[in-house]
Design a protein around this ligand. Structure first.
Ligand SMILES: NC(=O)c1ccc[n+]([C@@H]2O[C@H](COP(=O)([O-])OP(=O)(O)OC[C@H]3O[C@@H](n4cnc5c(N)ncnc54)[C@H](O)[C@@H]3O)[C@@H](O)[C@H]2O)c1
Length: 423
């Protein structure tokens, strides 16, 4: 099949490469010219499993929008729907909230629809972007026309593993009002994967996408509350609690996201929760669970900051890790940056460093900041594997919410989520 991608960003390009890897001809168009540089250089600047390997052998054809519309049988639209920076999750949640910004998606959909009108041809246009329920009907359909046969197909992917998540999904969620569109999409997906094709209304698909993300945040908020409790209750351990819960697969479903650690992060979850808390407020929902989830994340962050300040006893504090999860350099919505921001409001001598994000080693970072001979209070904000081999300054303290840094001579380790051992 000939497949077009309008938008080759962090979601669009890896998915386009995945589609191509299954033997389809792929056309791409993006308004950002730097994207073409990345494709030309065959290297992207964010970490995405398999992407650079696939880029080395790609034959994706970059064309103008006219050509893309003319040549593609099916067109995917992964255009950004940003939320204001203040809703990213690296600071306390603001009192006033609002919807995502649909300006780019509206412009892109209008451009596609205008081109289809020019050639008077009906084509299937599948939106992937995340939107709040009701947005496609209210904000996107009005800029399209009868030639645009719309489907809404949000993906459940995690940045860093986009290609595997796209090719081996739990479900393919597809919202449409047109049987022909969903049948065509389904037969296209059968060339990629045998995962169940879940067909529903556009509004259901919009809602399912954001509640999937916010449910993950709920699990994380819940287990982190228990971690905090374990930290205060003698002879309890969050790892024992989550091990038991993870074995309870009949009722508790799965062990994913059931490990005490940092708050939820990334480019999707915090912002989706904040947007859903806005929607809940707007519709006067009796209990705003999305706000509660974000407040747990916020209060837990403040609690971690307080422990850090107390345990540092005036020593400089170094937050280890900036990325929102291990082994990536993506920092959007990062709970460790949030912690750093909270600490900075309270005290000076707060530092942050990440082996994946910063282009200098820990040793150089310490020298540069005159910390090389100092006792430091390290806070592990991201569970990078590299920290297992890091050299920590003697006489320092390590606060570890993941409990994976073990026995370092001359260093006090505080495992957050482990209650005091008493008889
Ligand atoms: N990145 C993810 O992991 C992920 C996961 C699930 C859902 N989403 C959703 O997918 C959407 C895209 O996310 P992203 O992370 O890829 O964003 P991004 O900003 O990395 O990419 C969007 C791309 O679309 C391009 N674009 C904007 N207007 C265009 C137009 N008129 N024509 C052509 N290209 C245009 C931009 O230049 C950009 O390169 C968002 O709604 C996001 O919430 C992203």
């Amino acid at each position: 099949m000939k497949v077009g991608f309008v938008g080759l960003g962090k979601l669009g390009l890896p998915v386009a490469l995945a589609v191509e890897s299954k033997g389809h001809k792929v056309y791409g168009f993006d308004i950002k010219k730097e994207i073409y540089e990345q494709i030309k250089k065959r290297k992207i600047d964010y970490k995405e499993k398999h992407a650079n390997d696939l880029l080395k052998k790609t034959n994706i054809e970059i064309v103008d929008i006219k050509k893309l519309i003319k040549l593609s049988d099916i067109i995917f639209v992964p255009i950004q729907t940003p939320h204001d920076k203040k809703y990213e999750g690296i600071n306390d949640i603001p009192k006033t909230r609002k919807d995502f910004d649909y300006t780019y998606l509206r412009k892109g959909m209008k451009m596609i629809s205008d081109e289809l009108k020019k050639i008077k041809k009906k084509k299937i246009v599948i939106i992937i972007s995340t939107v709040l329920p009701g947005s496609i009907r209210k904000k996107i359909l009005p800029v399209t026309n009868k030639y645009t046969q719309i489907g809404y197909n949000p993906f459940f992917i995690a940045m860093g593993t986009t290609i595997d998540d796209f090719l081996y999904p739990e479900i393919i969620l597809f919202g449409s009002e047109n049987k022909f569109v969903s049948q065509k999409a389904q037969s296209f997906y059968r060339t990629l994967t045998s995962s169940p094709f879940f067909e529903t209304t556009i509004e259901n698909a919009e809602l399912i996408k954001v509640v999937y993300n916010t449910f993950i945040s709920t699990k994380i908020a819940y287990i982190n509350s228990i971690a905090e409790m374990c930290h205060r209750l003698p002879n309890t351990s969050i790892d024992e609690v989550s091990r038991a819960l993870s074995l309870s697969t009949k009722r508790i479903i799965s062990s994913s996201y059931m490990k005490g650690g940092m708050g939820d992060g990334g480019g999707c979850h915090p912002r989706d929760n904040i947007a859903m808390s806005y929607l809940a407020k707007r519709h006067n929902i009796s209990f705003n669970i999305f706000e509660a989830i974000m407040l747990q994340r916020q209060k837990y962050n403040h609690w971690l900051a307080d422990i850090c300040l107390k345990e540092s006893k005036g020593k400089p504090i170094l937050v280890m890790g900036k990325s929102f999860k291990p082994e990536t350099n993506i920092t959007t919505g990062s709970p460790s940056i949030y912690l750093y921001n909270s600490l900075k409001k309270k005290r000076s001598k707060i530092f942050i460093w990440d082996p994946e994000v910063d282009k200098l080693s820990l040793e150089k970072f310490l020298v540069l900041n005159k910390l090389n001979n100092k006792k430091i209070c390290y806070f592990i904000g991201t569970q990078h594997k590299a920290f297992l081999n890091s050299k920590f300054n003697k006489g320092s303290t390590i606060l570890d919410p993941f409990r994976y840094i073990k026995n370092r001579e001359g260093i006090k380790i505080i495992e957050i989520g482990e209650g005091e051992k008493i008889n």
